[in-house]
Write a protein that binds this ligand. Structure first.
Ligand code: ADP
Length: 523
């Protein structure tokens, strides 16, 4: 269409030139030339050419060819025949070799025929050169068209290949995104400036967990607060690499506390240049809690084994003091004492190994109505040898009858711990008073020693797991710092509590308060 507008304009311009400067011999032929030009231009604008077969497109250059012939014949203005070159070029461009051959032949034959009819025939040289020029121009156009065609085909192939590559890349991206979203660990990729480029759904879910508890983040031990700057993601963005870094989100002991484990790596391109990093994280709460529960179990079991074992050792020592023993009995008792001692050392080692566990213990009790004075008296009896060995006396005169809904072995465990501490930390040659009473609301068990007492700053922390006062840590008295924590967990499981009153220099009193049987619901 553009070609026709161009050619039509040139032809009309030529026609105007003919009318103004030339000598018009045949006005009717000129008018016919005008008409055919208009027709060709109008058709090129109106007809929906893309819906017609390809050969129909030849109609327009054919009309132009006729119009140029008519213009040429209407006057004596020379050179109008050169406009046929444009028609030949159009035909060569649009219809290839066939278009070139037909148009050049048609133009040459018409040219010769019109010149034969002319009153003054042109020179033979011109008769050859004119069609030759038209032919050369048509062939040049044909070559250019073929080249353009070749380039277009090449471009189309390249664009097709590019499209296929883009589709493949999109498919792979979708596949990768699908896989990443299906896995249950968070993945985040960032560029060398630390800007996030890829994440998966789990990462967002974990991120929400972090955001909820962002105010309280703790290191792997679960209790040391962590600066937000030291969070794994912040460190990974800064370019650090690490393996299975554990972080706790949420207050110790709080519901919904989560543990997250993260690993960060740097990513390099094929030339080895650093192009960013990747961090993989996962929710490690369940396994961490299971791990801690196991450590707690080991810690509390080992701790509880110590009390009866210490009592056994005390009685063995007492028995060995008897000079009337026969030699074989003495040897047997010595073997028993050695092995009990060894057992105590093993338990101490287990306790040390699990000393990094600081979470609370879940205590399960099976309470039933029972006489509380019984385990109290039994504990006194078990502690006697150790007390005697230190020159101490234990006075159980204050133990009265008291009934409560309790798990007896667990209550015995508590009294053993308190009495054990009183013997360990009390003054040599001192005395320990143990009492038990029921005031109608509560059953009270008291263990009082006249030892060095406890400093005011230690009292709030006495019931923390693994806490031992500084004064005691400097001595050679063994301990794990677990006894009071376990005792309080047991007593609280009975809906009671343990209180401590102490002043440095005037001994310590530990009071266990349990709900009396009379106040128990349903009693
Ligand atoms: P352990 O005795 O194994 O160290 P506990 O939890 O039983 O652990 O006691 C915690 C700390 O409380 C002890 O290390 C000690 O500092 C202090 N303590 C407990 N009982 C007494 C007591 N009767 N007199 C002085 N200090 C005590």
């Amino acid at each position: 269409m553009i070609f026709q507008l161009l050619l039509g304009s040139v032809m009309l311009l030529s026609a105007v030139v003919i009318v103004t400067v030339g000598d018009v011999h045949h006005p009717a032929v000129l008018a016919a030339g005008f008409a055919v030009t208009f027709l060709a231009t109008a058709l090129s604008l109106v007809v929906p050419w893309d819906r017609l077969p390809r050969w129909a497109h030849a109609m327009i250059p054919a009309l132009d060819f006729i119009a140029i012939g008519l213009f040429r014949e209407s006057s004596d203005v020379g050179g109008l025949g050169l406009l046929w070159a444009l028609v030949a070029m159009w035909a060569a461009w649009s219809f290839g070799i066939i278009g070139t051959a037909i148009s050049v032949t048609a133009i040459s034959v018409t040219y010769w025929w019109l010149n034969l009819l002319a009153p003054e025939p042109i020179a033979a040289g011109v008769a050859v050169i004119f069609p030759l020029i038209i032919g050369v121009l048509a062939v040049i156009t044909l070559v250019m068209a073929q080249r353009a065609d070749g380039q277009r085909t090449l471009l189309e192939r390249q664009s097709h290949a590019l499209q296929q590559a883009a589709t493949r890349a999109r498919e792979q991206e979708n596949l990768l995104a699908g896989v990443l979203d299906a896995v249950d660990f968070g993945v985040v990729r960032f560029d060398s400036d630390g800007v996030t480029t890829v994440t998966n759904e789990t990462h967002h879910t974990l991120q929400q967990t972090r955001d909820c508890a962002a105010a309280a983040v703790y290191r792997a031990d679960g209790v040391t607060p962590l600066e937000l700057d030291d969070l794994p993601l912040a460190r990974a963005r800064r370019g650090e690499t690490f393996d299975s870094e554990l972080v706790w989100y949420g207050e110790p002991g709080g519901a919904g506390r989560r543990a997250l484990q993260a690993t960060a790596r740097r990513v390099t391109d094929p030339s080895g240049a650093d192009v960013g990093g990747i961090m993989v994280s996962r929710d490690a709460t369940a396994e961490q809690l299971a791990l801690r529960a196991r450590e707690d179990l080991i810690a509390s079991v080992s701790h509880e084994l110590r009390t009866p074992l210490t009592s056994i050792l005390g009685y063995l020592e007492l028995a060995l003091d008897d000079e009337a023993l026969t030699a074989p009995t003495r040897r047997g008792l010595q073997v028993a004492e050695r092995n009990a001692g060894r057992l105590l050392e093993l338990i101490a080692e287990v306790l040390t190994a699990s000393a990094d566990s600081r979470l609370g213990i879940e205590v399960r009790i099976a309470p039933q109505p029972a006489e509380v004075s019984e385990p109290v008296l039994a504990a006194i009896e078990a502690a006697q040898p150790r007390a005697r060995a230190r020159g101490m006396t234990i006075d159980g005169a204050g133990v009265e009858h008291a009934r409560a809904n309790v798990d007896l072995p667990r209550v015995r465990q508590v009294i053993d711990n308190l009495l054990g501490n009183a013997v360990k930390y009390g003054n040599g040659d001192g005395r320990i008073d143990v009492g038990c009473t029921d005031d109608g609301d509560h059953v009270w068990i008291a263990v009082r020693d006249d030892g060095p007492g406890i400093a005011a700053e230690d009292i709030p922390r006495l019931f923390e797991r693994f806490y031992r006062s500084e004064r005691v840590r400097k001595t050679s008295i063994h301990g794990s710092g677990l006894g009071l924590a376990i005792s309080r967990d047991i007593v609280r499981a009975h809906r009671g509590d343990i209180l401590v009153r102490s002043e440095p220099g005037s001994g310590s009193t530990f009071l266990v308060r349990l709900p009396s049987l009379a106040t128990e619901p349903g009693a």
